[in-house]
Design a binder for this molecule. Structure first.
Ligand SMILES: Cc1cc2nc3c(=O)[nH]c(=O)nc-3n(C[C@H](O)[C@H](O)[C@H](O)COP(=O)(O)OP(=O)(O)OC[C@H]3O[C@@H](n4cnc5c(N)ncnc54)[C@H](O)[C@@H]3O)c2cc1C
Length: 427
């Protein structure tokens, strides 16, 4: 295991590995799912957590070394002198406290903030990256958007990212609140109304259907008594100045606020309800109920509310509904599901995923470790071609990218004009 602190140290490790044909698995904080950081063929773990400097920032943009923890980046960009506005990352996973920016880019998708800015891959969120080739004499290369996304969410298999330049969002004083509802329909409709309300500034809207609030109250001592037993909860981060608008909408749907913390209270307690959302919901639930597992899904933005209602009716208590409101890359409001499932057999789990597909809901199976079996869904020739340029000997996280085995036919297809590939700048 190597934990370099400078680009020269990274280059020295990479060069030595490339000369000896030793596999390299890049690691940020190791919170990635799906065994992303698990080396299947041994070799060197290249831990970038000490390569963690914020290089520069200005209103709306920051550039940082890949190993910076997201919470640390926010801490530095949120700080302002005088009455100026602070800035923060546009979307962070619920693991932002420990996870790195490079890890979000290499293995993540989006999270808190995606209700406004969509997933990390939305145009404008990642502006550029600096990446290193895996060769005896490694070279550092700058890729600007859109090519800057060619190394995104491929588990560090097609390039090593040194630096990222990302868009920032205004850092508002975020009020944290939980509203509880007796009816599922009222909860989801309030969630949707809040998520799309243009005049109510928010950072996150999460639906946890009954019985997830009860499970969380058992799992997290700080939440005990903070939600109504047997209810459906909406967890939300709303700008303090938008609280009246949020309450006005809440009145229309008959919800009741059971938890409320101002941004100052959140700051002082060093606790945020964001750490009960996204896959943290799963993590906490699994602590108290080992009979649970989960699936990940993407709804159809033209009918996500109807789909969610129909699936809840069809699957009843077997699937515990957890939805995150998120904008698509195109900007339309949608839901991402991280449904908890009462596990019986693998066959039934697959059936449940199929029922979602039959309802037009896309499944990103979290129970697989190959890039193409997960969210990507199929071999992407551009990703394979990028790997050929950055990692010609196939040393990065080997065994995770199925398309690598098809590289010769992909290149032959490109040469004969059967497919066209994104062009990387020559380097
Ligand atoms: C409880 C829990 C909650 C989560 N919530 C979310 C969520 O809300 N949203 C979300 O998107 N994800 C979520 N995740 C997944 C994960 O936490 C995030 O993706 C996180 O950003 C990963 O950061 P990390 O530093 O831990 O990365 P790691 O786990 O260290 O790495 C992830 C992948 O990226 C690669 N990688 C890391 N750094 C680099 C680099 N510099 N260059 C190239 N490749 C690199 C690694 O090889 C690995 O394949 C969650 C996971 C858990 C366990």
């Amino acid at each position: 295991m190597a934990r370099p602190r400078t680009e020269d140290e990274i280059r020295a490790v990479i060069g030595a590995c490339a000369r000896s044909g030793v596999p390299i698995t890049v690691r940020g904080s190791g919170t990635g799912n799906y065994g992303q950081c698990m080396p299947l063929h041994g070799g060197v773990i290249l831990d970038l957590s000490a390569y963690n400097r914020l290089i520069w920032h200005k209103p709306g943009i920051a550039r940082a070394q890949a190993g910076i923890r997201m919470m640390e980046l926010d801490r530095q960009t949120q700080a302002v002198e005088g009455s100026g506005m602070g800035w923060e990352l546009r979307c962070v996973p619920s693991t932002f406290r420990s996870a790195t920016l490079g890890g979000l880019y290499g293995g993540g998708f989006g999270g808190v903030g995606s209700v406004n800015y969509g997933p990390l891959a939305s145009t404008g969120n990642v502006l550029g990256i600096r990446a290193m080739t895996i060769e005896p004499e490694p070279r550092a290369v700058e890729l600007r958007a859109p090519e800057a996304l060619l190394l995104h969410h491929v588990y560090g298999t097609n390039g090593l990212v040194l630096e990222l330049e990302v868009g920032l969002a205004p850092a508002h004083p975020w009020l944290e609140a939980i509203a509880c509802f007796d009816s599922f329909d009222a909860a989801i409709e309030f969630g949707q109304t809040l998520a799309v309300a243009p005049g109510v500034v928010k950072k996150s809207v999460t639906l946890l259907a009954d019985p997830i609030p009860d499970i969380l109250m058992r799992a997290v001592p700080q939440l005990a008594g903070q939600m109504k037993a047997g209810s459906h909860a909406i967890l939300m981060l709303v700008a303090e100045f938008s609280e009246p608008g949020m309450l006005q909408m809440l009145g229309q749907f008959g919800g009741e606020i059971t938890y409320r913390k101002t941004s100052e209270e959140v700051r002082r307690s060093n606790r945020t309800i964001a750490e009960y959302t996204w896959n943290h919901t799963t993590l906490h639930a699994l602590k108290v109920d080992k009979g649970l597992t989960y699936i990940q899904s993407g709804f159809d933005p033209s009918r996500h509310i109807q789909q969610a209602k129909a699936l809840r009716q069809k699957l009843g208590d077997e699937v515990l509904v957890h939805l995150e409101f998120i904008r698509t890359k195109e900007g339309v409001m949608n839901c991402s599901g991280l449904q908890l499932v009462r596990f019986s057999t693998e066959e039934r789990l697959n059936e449940i995923m199929q029922i979602h597909r039959d309802h037009g809901v896309y499944i990103a199976n979290p129970h697989v470790f190959i890039v193409e079996d997960g969210k990507q869904g199929q071999v992407n020739p551009d990703i394979v071609a990028t790997k050929m340029q950055f990692d010609p000997a196939g040393l990065l996280n080997p065994g995770k990218l199925r398309g690598w085995e098809q590289r010769e036919s992909i290149m032959a297809d490109a040469a004969s004009g059967r497919i066209s590939l994104s062009t990387l700048p020559s380097f």
